[in-house]
Ligand binder design. Structure first.
Ligand code: HEC
Ligand code: HEC
Ligand code: HEC
Ligand code: HEC
Length: 500
């Protein structure tokens, strides 16, 4: 074919044709651009503030008036219909499912009740109902401090703003029951002025400071994980004032955390059977996630747990925080081309493998506790028992670091495998030491494994009176909680908002 210039010279109408065709394309592009601008304006319009409220307004429905799509999806965390092989948002009684846990937590609140986590909008209901917070009726105190409320509600930053964090943590749990009433929500993660992400919990800011870092320098992508790290982390209640602290001073690996707790001789509770000085892991989701491949490739929690959605031409983040397996097309498949079945299989395969060793370690820990109990019975001394009990302390914390981080067997399977392997070895070390002590006391048989095949049997074995605990709780729910709600309603009626 001849070059265009020559063609135009031969047939001038070709030039005119090209000219008009170009005009039409330019005109159409112009139309498209103007339509995009209009849409954008519409989007801005839909987000126009309807109501002005303070940063400290804890009511999700008020923030929601300005951002109905985010609010609606947030409310959808009330859904309890999904369960995957190991997780999901349905209510699961974990002690029923794994009765060994009752023995691992003997003499500690978790042996009374422990359930699979549900959606964020249940946070207040669930902390009131759980047996661990006790039944503070008729002037009785809860066994838990106010620190327990910290990861449950946007009322927490509100009250902290009024009285300071130190004062907030002080006192027993029931004393702030009337103040903390709105479940986890907008003010926990957002700035009211421009809705940018905001850290509302001082413990996370202080943990960064303890590591010599400044959280204000975190990138936007890091913030999309750090808002979650306000709660989905390992922490403890320090000293008499139950001050909330993350044990990150030496690092976030299980070895760093154990070294930290050992250095400060911190003990969560003394075990009911073995008398070991125990530690309870909380939910080190953030710490373990950071050791996995997705974190190393720069993903944040929100990439899989708050994926983008689109509705009426508007893109927004899905605030129904949940298992990503409930909608693989919006989560994994944004990056991976494999089909749904294969991706789910990838997750289950990793979870199955980690669970296999986790259960093995559970059984070994039960044995170690019971063998230690037998050694005490035969007259062993504190000095003789010391090393074995510290092995039990460490091994159970290794188990818990993995078990209590519900997503970790997918987030970071290799690190979980390593920790469990080390835990199995440490638990067996304890048992070797214990069998030596038992021999010295003249016992060379096998300490029998108790029948703990159901939650009820396990709770009876450790001597819990469940009937009384449940009856007391019922009374508390009937008599005290309605008063809290009434009082909160009166307070909230005084909050100022302005309709714009
Ligand atoms: C657990 C933390 C968390 C809570 C609670 C939360 N958000 Fe968000 N929100 C996020 C994250 C993460 C993003 C994504 C931010 C980004 O990438 O810039 C976001 C984004 C937004 C945006 C920007 C537009 C969008 O959807 O991406 C708005 C508006 C918003 N949230 C409103 C709300 C409202 C209203 C509530 C309460 C009903 C709420 N959020 C509760 C974490 C949270
Ligand atoms: C203010 C504390 C807090 C913050 C911030 C927070 N969570 Fe949660 N999260 C909780 C609590 C408490 C529960 C359990 C609620 C229950 O069982 O009642 C929970 C439950 C969950 C669940 C289980 C819900 C289900 O239906 O499967 C997931 C997943 C989750 N959170 C992920 C996240 C992610 C991702 C972020 C950050 C975007 C985040 N959370 C921020 C406290 C928090
Ligand atoms: C934002 C992008 C993104 C999303 C969303 C995402 N991934 Fe990935 N995934 C990656 C990257 C990047 C890697 C590392 C691959 C590499 O660098 O070769 C990876 C690695 C993996 C691997 C291999 C890890 C290993 O153990 O070696 C699996 C399996 C995987 N992803 C599954 C999933 C599943 C399941 C989901 C949804 C729950 C998901 N991914 C969501 C980007 C993503
Ligand atoms: C690459 C995707 C991906 C990223 C990024 C990710 N998760 Fe997950 N998460 C998953 C998958 C997959 C599961 C397993 C869900 C299941 O078993 O149903 C899970 C499970 C969880 C669970 C338990 C869910 C339940 O239903 O009880 C929590 C809590 C959680 N993740 C929190 C986090 C936090 C906090 C971060 C950031 C520090 C994070 N996740 C980052 C994919 C991801």
């Amino acid at each position: 074919m001849k070059p265009i210039r020559e063609q135009v010279k031969e047939k001038p109408w070709v030039g005119w044709l090209l000219f008009f065709a170009t005009m039409v394309v330019v005109f159409l592009l112009g139309l498209l651009a103007s339509s995009v601008m209009e849409r954008r304006e519409e989007a801005v319009f839909a987000y126009k503030q309807q109501v002005e409220h303070s940063q400290w307004d804890p009511r999700n429905e008020i923030w929601g008036e300005n951002y109905p799509q985010e609010y609606e999806r947030y409310r959808a965390t009330l859904d309890t219909s999904f369960h995957s092989k190991y997780n999901g948002n349905a209510f699961i009684d974990m002690l029923e499912k794994y009765p060994e846990l009752v023995v691992l937590w003997a003499n500690y609140g978790f042996s009374k009740e422990y359930n699979q986590g549900r959606g964020h909008a249940y946070a207040i209901e669930d902390i009131r109902e759980i047996l661990r917070t006790g039944a503070p009726v008729d002037g009785k105190e809860s066994p838990m401090p106010n620190t327990c409320w910290t990861c449950k509600s946007p009322d927490v930053p509100r009250v902290m703003n009024e009285i300071g964090a130190r004062e907030f943590y002080s006192g027993t749990w029931e004393t702030r029951g009337h103040q903390i009433v709105n479940p986890i929500g907008c003010a926990d993660c957002h700035d009211a002025d421009d809705m940018s992400l905001r850290i509302s919990r001082p413990a996370l800011i202080e943990a960064f400071e303890a590591m010599g870092k400044d959280i204000n320098e975190a990138s936007h992508q890091k913030m999309r994980s750090l808002v979650c790290a306000q709660c989905h982390v390992e922490y403890y209640f320090k000293g008499k004032e139950n001050y909330l602290v993350y044990p990150w001073e030496k690092g976030m690996k299980i070895e760093d955390v154990l070294a930290y707790y050992d250095q400060y001789d911190f003990v969560d509770w003394t075990h009911g059977v073995s008398k070991a000085p125990m530690l309870k892991a909380q939910h080190p989701d953030y710490e373990l996630f950071n050791t996995g491949i997705h974190a190393q490739r720069g993903l944040a929690c929100a990439d899989c747990h708050m994926p983008y959605m689109s509705e009426g031409g508007q893109k927004f983040s899905d605030h129904k925080v949940q298992s990503p397996l409930n909608y693989i097309n919006k989560t994994c498949q944004v990056c991976h081309r494999e089909d749904e079945k294969d991706l789910i299989e990838n997750v289950y395969e990793r979870q199955d493998m980690i669970t296999e060793n986790r259960k093995k370690l559970e059984e070994l820990l039960v044995r170690a506790h019971i063998e230690a109990g037998k050694a005490w019975e035969l007259g062993a001394t504190e000095k003789e028992m010391h090393d074995a009990l510290y092995d039990i302390r460490h091994a159970q914390m290794m188990w818990d670091y993995v078990a209590a981080s519900h997503g970790a067997s997918f987030h970071s399977p290799i690190e979980c495998g390593r920790i469990l392997g080390k835990g199995i070895n440490t638990a067996q070390e304890a048992r070797i030491k214990l069998s030596r002590i038992l021999m010295q006391k003249g016992f060379d048989g096998k300490v029998p494994y108790p029948d703990i095949s159901t939650k009820a049997k396990a709770q009876e074995f450790i001597g819990l009176d469940m009937e009384k605990l449940n009856a007391d709780k019922e009374k508390f729910m009937k008599e005290v909680v309605p008063q809290w709600i009434e009082k909160a309603k009166k307070r909230e009626a005084t909050y100022k908002t302005t309709n714009l």
